[in-house]
Design a protein around this ligand. Structure first.
Ligand code: NAD
Length: 414
């Protein structure tokens, strides 16, 4: 099923239960606006045309908010669904923000630094008329980072004719960036993990976790989970991963990955690779491990009808956006698995972005501890509201979270 169709069906099934009016359904089932444009960039000695998108789903609660991804897999459909999920995510976190998302179809790893800068600046020139610190506030996403946000902010400020540092979030610390933004999404995920553990009586040191994706989100999730005593026994990336029964040390694995360029073999101590210490696993295998909690933190649609029935973990914390397909979800539900939805689990990132936005608007500087405290407070509150509604109305966590978010947006529209 097309990813936007999936997002629409999720929305429509909740909208029906909430008895929303036809006009609200019409407004929310599509983005307010989707911009598609060409970005010409000189690559080597020739001019190449890249396609970019910005989808603005809804701004009833506040300015559109959402990241920009650079990937060959970007599509109009993907950007539209991600912008809709941002609307629900911001509403659930009780932020005065709406939903947006952007992307460019490109493999950024094939561009030089100069070409990447030209592409980033070209993207901003196209979306300049529709963004602004009270209109639409972009951020980094897959394959975009604080350097790209710095180029984008600079291009915006040039076109605007004065400086406004509240238009982009995820900027470098030196350019009005936020202390703790880098860790925010993974940290928020671990707030969810701790709440889940408390609710189901899971003891951290006996709770085993496997994480797909060891990028910004996966690494920080692993780091904070291990710090709180949970046993992260497996991590994987695109080309495979590692399983260590005793639990990995995320900092050492990251160091090893940076030295080797991949995480395969990162269970070895010095030059000694002892199978008792760990082993290599495939990405596929990670999903079938006999563990307690599975954390997809890489890309969408990785749990489908192909592998859902092989998952042994009882709990799934969605850190990537949309990692479970419609059919995958049906199988998981039949098997009694408990899934914490992405719109809650990975909302630490947008909550961090909200603090960065406020910081620039109010010209002040927040400390990392204040940021973490704010994220913890908001996510804990949302988690408890979701659990309560789920118990009262006998809903899955996903349906409960969606009901809270969608009714909030609908009320704002009304
Ligand atoms: P990233 O680019 O830093 O890391 C992505 C990781 O996924 C890498 O380890 C990569 O090797 C792995 N990966 C890519 N393709 C894979 C595949 N086919 N199989 C297995 N692993 C694969 O990205 P990130 O910022 O960590 O984001 C990860 C996910 O979290 C995305 O879905 C993103 O939309 C979502 N997310 C990120 C943030 C944030 O603040 N960064 C916030 C909310 C949601």
């Amino acid at each position: 099923m097309d990813i936007f169709q999936k997002a629409q069906e999720q929305f429509l099934s909740v909208a029906k239960k909430l008895d929303l009016s036809a006009s609200i359904i019409d407004e929310l089932k599509e983005p307010h606006r989707v911009l598609k444009f060409q970005i010409p960039v000189k690559v080597g000695s020739t001019k190449k045309i890249f396609y970019g998108f910005r989808s603005q789903h809804n701004n009833a609660l506040g300015p559109y908010k959402g990241g920009i991804r650079f990937s060959p897999l970007v599509s109009e459909s993907e950007v539209k669904s991600l912008s809709m999920w941002m609307t629900w995510k911001c509403a659930l976190a009780d932020l005065p923000l709406g939903g947006g998302k952007g992307g460019v179809i490109v493999d950024p790893f094939k561009l030089t630094r100069e070409e990447l800068e030209a592409l980033s600046r070209g993207y901003v020139r196209e979306i300049f008329p529709i963004i602004g610190s009270n209109k639409d506030i972009p951020a980094p996403d897959v394959n975009t980072n604080s350097q790209i946000m710095a180029w984008m902010s600079d291009e915006y400020n040039k076109l605007y004719g004065k400086e406004d540092w509240a238009v982009f979030t995820g900027k470098p610390i030196e350019l009005n960036g936020l202390e703790g933004r880098k860790e925010a999404t993974g940290f928020g995920g671990v707030v969810v993990l701790e709440e889940l553990a408390k609710f189901y009586g899971l003891e951290p040191k006996k709770t085993t976790i496997a994480i797909q994706g060891f990028g910004n989100v996966g690494y920080h999730f692993a780091l904070f989970a291990a710090e709180r005593g949970f046993k992260v026994v497996a991590v994987s990336e695109k080309d495979g991963g590692i399983y260590v029964e005793e639990g990995i040390n995320p900092e050492l694995v990251l160091k090893c990955k940076e030295e080797k360029g991949e995480i395969a073999g990162c269970y070895c101590v010095g030059s000694v690779c002892d199978a008792r210490l760990g082993r290599e696993i495939t990405n596929k295998e990670l999903f079938t491990l006999d563990i307690d909690i599975l954390v997809p933190a890489a890309i969408e649609n990785v749990i489908t009808e192909q592998n859902a029935d092989k998952i042994k973990a009882k709990y799934i914390i969605e850190m990537a956006n949309g990692p479970i397909s419609e059919e995958g979800e049906r199988i998981l539900c039949q098997k009694g698995k408990i899934c914490v939805p992405d719109i809650l689990s990975n909302s630490g990132g947008v909550i961090g972005s909200y603090f960065e936005w406020i910081q620039a608007k109010e010209n002040r500087k927040l400390k990392k501890e204040e940021v973490f405290e704010g994220i913890k407070e908001k996510i804990t509150k949302s988690f408890r509201k979701m659990v309560e509604l789920s118990k009262n109305k006998k809903l899955s966590f996903r349906d409960a979270a969606y009901e809270i978010a969608i009714s909030k947006v609908a009320q704002a529209i009304e």
